[in-house]
Design a protein around this ligand. Structure first.
Ligand code: PMP
Length: 353
């Protein structure tokens, strides 16, 4: 009984700081604007009666529907447990542990480095420039042993799109050396900026998508990888045997019907309208230094120094996402776009600080 289990844990896991979320930290709030979820729950009917059977490993209906929605071939689609699983599958299939590296460009989404550290893959941070665009010379200078370059567009948490010409430059310098992974988790909010149509031209381009944001299905855990066939086949080798529970596949199939897509587009219209209003109101506040324009369902706000906004709102039951520890994001908080009532509550709480 006295065995110290902690000593048995792999060294890199002992030192790992896991992905932090307010739910994990036990946040107790009435208003959750920390995880870029859609604020209202959609309704679906479950009919599935075959729970005694394993599900289809890659449910054909869902794959075909997503391919048609994304404008790619079904052979260019893999479905996984959220985009998060795909971030890690890519490393498992393409990076030799304790030898290869990935590049990511902070400030950006946290899971690229967490997944790499979990797997013994070196996560090489190449910080974005002050305008949050890619630092191309620095990426080029750091390419040794790099197998994957993660680019997030629209970027979480800054909200900017990455210049398409810069993505092309990265594709050029990565040719025959590494895959370029464009994380389009938020692309529905800026749909015309997707690079999915570039797959024909670039065998080493990979695109990540999800139903968690504009489709309002974060609880479903359903994400998609778009890539050319050799990449999809390599990922298929390392994914779990039956990654997608059959009720998940059934709901995903409903969400991807013509009606489902219409609903998703309405979500986008609602959120983008709400965002415009919210940004305008935030900009009037005394405690706010800057509100950055965003192409996602969230906004990044820089508050005046020492305003301690995150903690004060947390104490009032309004849970936001503190970004203070990301490079260049001192005093910054990311706020998901919620309902009108939720956005109003944030504005009035900030007004009364
Ligand atoms: N990529 C980005 C940029 C994200 O913000 C998120 C979720 N916060 C994900 C991927 C993961 O999405 P999913 O819910 O599909 O795992």
């Amino acid at each position: 009984m006295n065995i110290d289990i902690n000593k048995l844990v792999r060294k890199n896991i002992q030192s790992l700081t896991p992905y932090q979320s307010a739910r994990r930290l036990g946040g107790k709030g009435d208003i959750w604007l920390n995880a870029n979820e859609y604020p209202l729950a959609p309704h679906f009917n479950l009919q599935n009666s075959n729970l005694n059977r394993y599900p289809e490993p890659q449910p054909e209906t869902v794959i075909n529907q997503y391919a048609s929605y994304a404008g790619v071939q079904p052979t260019q689609v893999l479905v996984s447990r959220g985009a998060d699983e795909a971030i890690e599958l890519l490393m498992r299939a393409f990076c030799e542990p304790y030898q290869d590296s990935i590049i990511y460009c902070p400030p950006t989404y946290g899971m690229y480095s967490v997944s790499a550290e979990t797997l013994g893959v070196q996560a090489r941070a190449v910080p974005a420039k002050s305008d949050w665009q890619l630092d191309l010379p620095a990426i080029e200078a750091n390419m040794e042993n790099v197998k994957l370059i993660y680019i997030c567009s629209p970027n979480n948490p800054t909200g900017n799109l990455i210049n398409p010409e810069d993505i092309k430059s990265v594709l050029k310098l990565a040719k025959n050396r590494a895959l370029v992974v464009v994380d389009e988790a938020y692309i529905e909010f800026a749909a015309e900026h997707s690079v999915a149509s570039w797959l024909k031209e670039y065998p080493h381009l990979v695109i990540l998508r999800t139903l968690s944001k504009a489709f309002a299905l974060a609880g479903l855990r359903c994400g998609f990888t778009l890539a050319n066939e050799p990449v999809i086949q390599a990922l298929s080798k390392v994914i779990a045997p039956y990654p997608l529970p059959s009720p998940v596949a059934e709901i995903a199939a409903q969400a991807l019907t013509r009606d489902g897509l219409t609903t998703m587009k309405l979500h986008v219209v609602n959120i983008n309208a709400q965002k415009t209003k919210f940004v305008y109101e935030l900009r009037q506040l005394l405690c706010v230094e800057q509100v950055y324009s965003s192409f996602g369902n969230y906004v990044l706000v820089r508050f005046k120094a020492d305003s301690n906004v995150f903690k004060q709102l947390w104490d009032k039951g309004i849970i936001l996402r503190d970004q203070n520890k990301q490079p260049g994001l001192e005093n910054c908080i990311r706020i998901s776009i919620g309902t009108q009532a939720e956005c109003d509550a944030v504005i009035s709480a900030l007004n009364s600080l």
